[in-house]
Design a protein around this ligand. Sequence first.
Ligand code: ZN
Ligand code: ZN
Length: 239
Amino acid sequence: MLSWIYPTTCELCHESAELSLCPDCLAGLERVPRPICLYCGAPLKITPATTAGCPFCERQPRPFTLARSALLGNEQNMQLIYKLKYHQAIYLAAALAPLLAEVWHHTPGLNQDFAGACLVPVPTSSEHEQKRGYNQAAELATALGNILGLPIAHVLQRCDTEHGSQTRLSATQRRLNAYRAFQVRPAYSENRRSLPPHIVLVDDVFTTGSTARACCHALLQIPGVQRVAVMTLVRAERK
Ligand SMILES: [Zn+2]
Ligand SMILES: [Zn+2]
């Protein structure tokens, strides 16, 4: 039973490994290449001459202070996410969280400006949790919190207005759904539980950023919350 939850072989090379990904395979996963947009963290084809933002960020509202992702959304990385999300491979959260910690330690905009922050996972739909029994973003946030010594708070909940998987929807439909999809749990909106002024939102994948923006929009309504940063394991390419 324990070996099912904590496999002792590497998911990729099948050699023995303490955390289901051996150090070599973990080091070999393709990171987000530089240069990146200093705002949303997307890889840029060319270094911007005058602005720090990518063309997309220039046109979008910017509710979060910055967003950063660890891995590029290539086939291998997306397969790991898929296993974590849909195949009960919860152990991958602990194996992959060091990559988020790596981003944290290399980004002064996070390790300095968000020191003392609280980690908030993006909630999954109740349909997802009922089917799978866990939320991959919460698993990642918990594992990251353990490494960085930061607290976790389950501040957000999903309003179940949407049906079916978000991945099948167009970007516009997804954006519209996303803005209606998140709300602050009453314990936090009514200030029965307090939060630090800085929050780091944690999720598995950042694609268009619509989920992150909608969550930030909700978090910034909480009295006392001043800034939100976003950390995701993977940066998927916009289609
Ligand atoms: Zn390996
Ligand atoms: Zn950008």
